[in-house]
Design a protein around this ligand. Structure first.
Ligand code: URA
Length: 267
């Protein structure tokens, strides 16, 4: 968006607006290689190259941290070659590169963070950080204790090893059961694959919590900015030692292969 030059320079932290006006008047500011001395000149950080004393000036980007209650049917991607709806369509355009912090599948609903702060995103999704994510998962049938022990102990498949999950029974309706699952990893389709491995297809999946954050007050499709204190606390949690309930994951019980229990299991 075009703005008066002194406003842009002030926003970039070069000088106060008054001081920026003096810089312009003194012929120290150029736009696209041409010295500008007119006080009302407008420019656009997105299109124009602005210099002060020969040094390029770039926009100081406002950091944005958003929590969205993602509905089903939206992809966690910035753009989709097939033109399917993306989560960015549920948010205003802040003229910045906003990325989902990790992914939820198209059919998964619930708590999704988005940010233009790459360092924050890395801290949140790096597997070593052990940030807990809580899911409510409804599956076909009712996994028995032995099935659940596989997931709780850290499932090992031919392709992959999943860290131990905390699993709690929530409810049963007809032939379906609903569980709360806590994991810190963010592997592709992890919860769906974990339950498939023990023979129970996931029928619906929602993320209810991300670390200490919950969806309280946010209906599906709604979003809010994270508070500064929430961002600080997330970063602290990513840096800090694992809290006691996470420390339990540090020394998982001996692992059993799914195939020992399901020798005829087919992919
Ligand atoms: N696990 C999944 O299988 N899907 C998600 O969207 C998130 C976790």
């Amino acid at each position: 968006m075009e703005e008066r030059l002194q406003k842009l320079l002030a926003a970039a932290g070069v000088a106060s607006r008054r001081k920026a006006e003096s810089l312009i008047a003194a012929g120290r500011v150029s736009v696209n290689g041409r010295i500008v001395t007119e006080p009302g000149t407008k420019a656009d950080f997105g299109k124009d190259h602005i210099e002060v004393d020969g040094e390029a000036v770039t926009r100081k980007e406002r950091k944005i941290y958003v929590m969205l209650n993602k509905p089903a049917g939206y992809l966690c991607t910035v753009s989709d070659p097939q033109g399917r709806p993306t989560v960015l369509e549920l948010l205003p355009d802040w003229h910045t590169r906003l990325y989902p912090v990790g992914r939820l599948d198209m059919d998964t609903t619930g708590l999704l963070l988005l940010s233009n702060d790459g360092a924050f995103t890395n801290q949140m999704i790096h597997p070593s950080k052990r940030i807990n994510k809580v899911y409510r998962v409804t599956v076909a049938g009712s996994p028995d204790e032995e099935d659940l022990a596989l997931l709780r102990g850290g499932l090992v498949t031919e392709e992959e090893t999943f860290a131990p999950a905390k699993i709690r029974f929530l409810s049963k309706k007809g032939k379906k059961t609903t569980w709360e699952v806590v994991i810190h990893e963010g592997k592709k389709r992890q919860v769906r694959r974990m339950f498939r491995e023990i023979g129970h297809e996931v029928e619906s999946l929602a993320r209810t919590n991300f670390d200490f954050l919950s969806l309280k007050g946010l209906k599906e499709g709604e979003w809010r900015f994270l508070k500064k204190e929430e961002v600080r606390r997330l970063l602290r949690d990513a840096k800090g030692a694992p809290p006691p309930e996470r420390a339990r994951f540090a020394a998982p019980p001996p692992k059993r292969k799914t195939r020992e229990r399901y020798p005829f299991y087919k992919k």
